[in-house]
Write a protein that binds this ligand. Structure first.
Ligand SMILES: *[C@@H]1O[C@H](CO)[C@@H](O)[C@H](O)[C@H]1NC(C)=O
Ligand SMILES: *[C@@H]1O[C@H](CO)[C@@H](O)[C@H](O)[C@H]1NC(C)=O
Ligand SMILES: *[C@@H]1O[C@H](CO)[C@@H](O)[C@H](O)[C@H]1NC(C)=O
Ligand SMILES: [Cu+2]
Length: 236
């Protein structure tokens, strides 16, 4: 009896290997990050969704306030999801190369994200925590996320990473963009040397000196990076 109970506890513990995400604090107030979509589809013939995600520390540096704005959400194929991804989009706009979700506490996708208990979700699963995109046209949403971070040294920092927008049903990546720092401590100048975006035409090209990031999207070259390569059940 005792042995059996102990065994059950052991296997339960093994299943709950993921740690809950801690709430983040002391994020630098006034540091603003923004990721602007290129306005093209990652795969040939896909929807040309535009828009951006803007993010900065929440009140008193607690968590992160996200402002999500998308335009051109198609009527078919929804709901759509989006996540913070682990790696930046490389030159050329390959959304597949952004790897999987930002998930420093190894929540994984085996256990579904529960919006009512967001600490168990992958930090990067913004749609899981704050809602999928369910309707066509323009999507606007502002919310507080307690687990993401704009502190560079924090495991939940995404300011040098990307987000990807997907078809929710098959995880196919539709479009993606890199976060770039837009202002620091209330100064609205772009900090030189920050990683830059995906060559999005929407980003003002005034600030950063030319870098290697503004080549045409892969699709323009006719290379179809098709394979949904959603996150599926994989974790890497
Ligand atoms: C994924 O789902 C969308 C919407 O249903 C569909 O248009 C698209 O062709 C699918 N992609 C793949 C690779 O199956
Ligand atoms: C895009 O990135 C993926 C993953 O890194 C890679 O396997 C694929 O070859 C890349 N596609 C192109 C066209 O570079
Ligand atoms: C804003 O920029 C000015 C000029 O570069 C600088 O003197 C000031 O310290 C900056 N303020 C903050 C909060 O970073
Ligand atoms: Cu994703």
């Amino acid at each position: 009896m005792h042995g059996k109970t102990a065994l059950m506890m052991l296997s339960a513990a093994a299943m709950v290997s993921a740690r809950e995400a801690p709430a983040t604090n002391n994020n630098p107030v006034g540091d603003v990050y923004q990721a602007v979509l290129p306005g093209t589809s990652f795969f040939p013939g896909g929807p040309k969704i535009q828009g951006s995600i803007t993010a900065q520390a929440g009140d008193n540096g607690r968590g992160v306030k996200f402002n999500v704005h998308f335009e051109g959400i198609p009527a078919a194929g929804g709901p759509f999801t989006y996540h913070l991804h682990l790696k930046p989009v490389p030159e050329g706009g390959n959304c597949t190369a952004t790897s999987s979700h930002l998930d420093p506490y190894e929540a994984g996708v085996a256990v579904a994200c529960d919006a009512s208990n967001p600490a168990i979700c992958e930090v990067g699963d913004l749609a899981g925590k704050h809602g999928k995109i369910e309707s066509a046209g323009t999507y606007d949403k502002t919310y507080q996320d307690d687990y993401a971070s704009t502190t560079k040294s924090d495991a939940a920092f995404f300011g040098d990473k990307s987000f990807v927008l997907h078809y929710g049903g098959n995880n196919t990546r539709i479009t993606c963009a890199n976060f770039v720092k837009k202002s620091s401590g209330g100064n609205s100048t772009t900090t030189p040397g920050q990683p830059t975006g995906t060559g999005s035409p929407v980003v003002p090209s005034t600030s950063a000196p030319a870098t290697t990031t503004s080549s045409p999207p892969i699709n323009a070259a006719g290379q179809p990076p098709y394979e949904g390569l959603g996150e599926g059940e994989q974790k890497e």
